[in-house]
Design a protein around this ligand. Sequence first.
Ligand SMILES: [Zn+2]
Length: 274
Amino acid sequence: MQKFMRFPNWKPKAMTLSYDDAVIFDEKLIGIMQKYGLKGTFNVNGGMMSDKFYRRMDETTALKLYKEFRMEVAMHGYGHAFLGGCTGADIIKEYYEDKVKLEETFGEIMRGGAYAFGIYNDEIVNVLKTLGVGYFRTTECSGNFELPADWLRWQPTCRHAAANLFELLDSFLAESPDKSYNAKPRLFYLFGHSYEFEDNDNWERIERFCAKTAQYNDIWHATNAEIYDYVQAYDNLIFSAAGDKVLNNSATDVYLWLNKRKVLARANSVTEIE
Ligand SMILES: [Zn+2]
């Protein structure tokens, strides 16, 4: 059986944003994202949610902002420590304390995050795995629209500051996986810091990016964790040997092309394939 994942409501493409450090300019960024229907994940340092830190949001403001607009809050290290060359204990402390603090503040289980300074190694990845974290973003850009091969070393497509940002966006928007039933889904993953727009006085860059994207309706706009969960649900589908049934044990409906036909594998059900 040939199978190809589609995002919810058969959308062949997805987009997600990832912004770090929970600075005060996230409010303006979220306003723009909201206006055009984009979604994303905000990577917060649990120990730095205070206006004592330069340009950071305090806990109350952060809680209100991210909750109100249903953006995902994710980990970024308790104190934004530079973990290169650090001991195992430092690594454990930095991420354990971050997870505890963010979960207590936001009332949700932390599912992923982004590496502070883009620093990671096998030891750091193992600590995150042990903490039950599913995905973490690096700062190494892929320049493509593939889903990650390794969720704990998730490479974004590009930074918003990339010189070829709009070229990449144009080629993403021009992709039409559904022209052929057997094409892989596509993902555009953008990252950065909202203070860069302020410092470079180029808010129009993200406004243009969002406005252009919003003209297309074949894109699923989701947070990092929503994409992660959805792909896990797809990867965990179980097919009968005869190819006439599919079991979806997850809590989410899964959309796919199977032998040139559309199949909707309902959550927590066995679906008969005609
Ligand atoms: Zn950072």
